[in-house]
Each structure stands twice: as structure tokens, then as C-alpha cells.
Design a protein around this ligand. Sequence first.
Ligand code: GRF
Length: 223
Amino acid sequence: MSSTDRGAGPKRLVVLISGSGTNLQTLIDATRQGSINGRIVAVISNKPGVRGLERAQSADIPALTVDHRDFQRREDFDAALAEQIESHRADLVILAGFMRILTPGFVNRFAGRMMNIHPSLLPRYPGLDTHRRAIDAGDREAGATVHFVTEELDGGPAIVQARVPIHPDDTPATLAARVLEKEHLIYPYAVKLFCEGRLGLTGQGATLDGTLLPRTGLAYLDP
Ligand code: GRF
């Protein structure tokens, strides 16, 4: 049985965050409106007191903190995190501004059922400071990518990607705001596809309805 065919009911979603949680909010809204056949069963932050936890609480979603500073070894933090995720019987783990690098053991445990959003046109600019790097390189376009998480940092197969123009007077902050608007469209879209059982992860890449997606994922066009 693959990760995407565990019965037809709503999928159980666990969202991992580290901060403000605007992407989390769009997922809360989309699940509430019924446009995603899934339910967020827990939100977990590695940092206490962040805004995203308040968003979860306001929506009556269990909001937990697994503070990475309480663990000496990365493996121990990941084990505690995995235990929480499993205890909520997650079908899908959604990284939404989660700023910790995960160990290979953790990543492999959730292979094909963990996704991340990254604020660049992957494979360009994995890692941090993506907007400044795109501006400094003289790029004309930036964007965001939802991808399956694999051992390679920001390197897993892309699911969907949206593009925005870079304007001559852009700063990293103005560009980030333009990209974030797209993030708020493509993340609910990717999660919706997953919850419909339409996405898969194979050795060759991500699939939609069994067909291999291009390396940069589906090109998201505004509705
Ligand atoms: C987003 O830009 C996301 O792509 C990046 O971190 C930011 C999180 O924003 N990984 P938010 O917490 O969802 O508001």
C-alpha cells in the first residue's frame, strides 16, 4: 500500500513550523473551507511562543512545541519529533517555514509523505537568503517551489512551482512579499493534490496521477 492510498477519508495532516505561520494559516483556511480533503491534526513548532502556534490554537488545533534546544543531539530531537508525528497518525507531514535540518533517518521514515515549501525557483538557490541571492544574480524572475523532502536539502523532487517577476527596484523584502503571495496559493494546491491521492514519489521523481512531473514540478498558473 502506498502512502497515498490509506483509505478515502480525509487525510491527517501534521504541520511543522518555526515562526509566523502564514503558510499554515492558508492551510488552516483551505481545510476549513473544505477545499482540501484533509484535517490538520497537530501543529508542531521547534520554537516556543511563535505566532504560528497561536494561529493553531485560535483554530482549535493541538499546538505543540518540541524545542530543539532541549536535545543535545539532532537524532534525539528528530526522534522526539517523529514520535509526536506518529502519535497523531499523520498521513502527510507539511514543513511550513520549519527551520531545522532533518536527519536522513527522519526524512526516510516519512519518505513520500513529507513536503516542504521553499522560496525560490528550485533547483536555483537552495538554502537561506534566496531573495537577496536572486536579486544579486540579476535574475528577472523568482518564485516558490513545493517539493517532496528527501535527504538532499531543498533538493527533493518538485511538485509545483510558481514564478513572479523581479522588479529593478526590488529589495529582498519586497520580493519576499511577492513570492509569499504565491506560496499561499501553491501550498494548499499541492496539499489538495496529495489528499486526493494524486501525488507520488518514485526513484525518478514526483508523479501526478502516475505520470512523472518535470524537474521543476507543475507550473502554477493563477486561476
Ligand atoms: C516562507 O517563505 C517559506 O517558504 C520559508 O519560510 C517562510 C515561512 O513563512 N521556508 P510563514 O511562517 O509560513 O509565514
